[in-house]
Ligand binder design. Sequence first.
Ligand code: B1M
Length: 663
Amino acid sequence: MSNRHLRIRLEIIMNSRERMKLALEHREPDCVPFDLGGTVLTSIHVNAYKNLRAYLGLPPVEIRVMDIFQQIAEVDDDVRAALGCDARNVAPRSSATFRININTTDMPGYNFFHDEWGIGWRMPQDGGFFYDMFDHPFAASTSIEDIKRHQWPDPVDPARFEGLWERVRHVADDLGEPVIVGGLAAGFFELTCWTRGYGQVYPDLVNNLKWVEYLMDTIVDLKLAYWEVVLPLVADYADIVQEADDLAGQFSLLISPDIYRKVIKPRHKKICDFIKARSKAKIFYHCCGAIREIIPDLVESGFDILNPVQVSAEGMESKALKRDFGDSVVFWGGAVDTQGVFTDGTPQQVRDEVRRRVDDFGPGGGFVAAAVHNIQANVPPQNIVAMWETIREYGGYGAENAPGHRPADYWQGYPEAPASHVRSAMSPDARLAGRALTPEEAAQFLEQPGEVPPVLVKLKSGIIDGSSRIALDAAEEALAAGISASTIIDDVVIPAMQIVGDKFECGDYFLPEMMASALGAQGIMKLLRPKLVESKVQPAGRAVIGTVKGDLHDIGKNLVAMMWAGAGFEVIDLGPDVAPERFVDAIRQNKPDIVGMSALLTTTMPMMDTTIKAIESAGLRQQVKIMVGGAGVTQSFVDEIGADGYAPNASAAVRRARELLRS
Ligand code: B1M
């Protein structure tokens, strides 16, 4: 296809900066602004970009990488011109005191480096798509002194700002494009997760709050120092400034609204107030997943723009979002989700989807059209062009047929989402997390008739409220009092984790509470395992689990592993990024009853299929049940790849594993 053939039915009458400014003020410009490559969160993977260029009939070029971690491309001017991209990133440069040194020899199979925050990143040499984190400077720290001693990046190193003013002036005055000023790395909560490790931060929010707040404040201070220098420098040229944190998953927030309001929101507000006191720029905030419940809080914090508007996540239905929050936030993204038809649908399906989103988000302005998150490596170019054409075709304002004025004749049975289609906020029960249960509450949770030894009450409440130290002490006390390991597990640990799982499933518990409880249960299982072996008690089953090759998302996999351990399974956790041959080796070595695989990316889900085939080829398929899960995994996918089972969450994973082992 040649770029001459791209169809634009629209009369373009504004430049990109004028168009964007109106849209950000919730007014209708000539057409919906379109963003590809304007931020490191609305760009395109280098592989997809290469394909797109070829499809547009543009000559091959050496592709510049905009962000090494995500392997996304710098969108070249010829593509920008062909598609009429309306946003351009003017990111500060990296500090002169730091240079990325990619080591290609010292970690077999990987290229790796440490960034200026001390975080280690690696990418598989064989077909890797991304650099993934593997090393966190505070992974083992508990002391505030460690945070003080750490070699933090210099946020105001003049090298970062060299030539910045000239660049913003050029973008605004010469190119007539809006100026988006990038922040200092990721958001403060995200950087907290990256420097500490996701597995630690969430339980920290329950039982190590002072330490983790100190870490957060250290990072917030670095961010403020950065904005203090950059904002006066770019002055009124800055139209948009960028911040980002991931606070939600596919079905709910990762942390409770309560923790958001108490711990994160005051810091978000501090950053936004600081920026707004120095600039008229709108604040762009990236947060994936199901964030509906805290959108009013984000607005109160001072964010003006929400991205990526993950319309496939729970409660993120476009029409209802626009209806409920369209006056107070700009939606930047949401045009089509890489989790769905964008990747595996036909161009016509993409067109239908995009038109529907343009019709939902477009009326009255307040919408910048972009795909949900960076366009992933496996999105076909014809679908990208179908998205773009539809935005251009249906995104024109002013005409009779503009968004909000045409009949919805193309979409039958379009659901009218209720105002609050999300998991509930924490019920009063959940507030038990963070304090010990009263004896009455604990006895109620034990659901056991008759007298319960107080030490077991203490143990059970310790697990449920995430106080791992109390729980472990109680387990030791119970053993010393002659209570058997199997009684402790069967009567206390498993029922306690069942309650924790139920609370997670029904939305009373979020990741911090769940992980704190699960860590407690894991510690107890470690303590009890030798006793079980001594008394020849068999575990409920043996499980091998891992996140598949190329995929780093391990929060959900860790939860499943912890819940399995809490349910009495012996769990061999292979970690994230596990190649098929490692699964095969682990089966040979450990002879598990069940193999669990997790994948969160549409680009890595096919690796589950590859892994199952490798297990089959090794002649091991009949020996194990295979269970899979992850945000995008559905029952039909499970059937397609021939897995034995699937569970939508960690609690269901326990039930399903038991069923599979019975079958
Ligand atoms: Co990423 N990410 N991410 N990410 N990330 C998603 C998955 C995404 C949906 C966001 C989006 O589009 N808005 C998107 C994927 C889109 C797609 O596939 N088309 C995405 C992307 C694109 C990416 C990158 C490519 C980044 C990029 O281009 N910008 C990059 C890829 C890195 C890599 O994997 N190689 C990336 C990186 C990251 C972070 C490092 C920043 C971080 C991961 C940290 C970590 O795990 N250590 C991250 C996060 C946090 C997310 C979101 C926001 C949250 C995921 C999560 O932890 N959820 C996610 C948004 C979303 O999910 N909508 C997103 C909480 C967790 C408890 O849920 O993992 O679903 P989940 O697990 C559940 C169930 O699924 C189930 O039980 C769990 C507990 O209830 N389950 C199982 C899981 N495994 C199971 C196994 C079972 C049974 C049940 O049996 C064995």
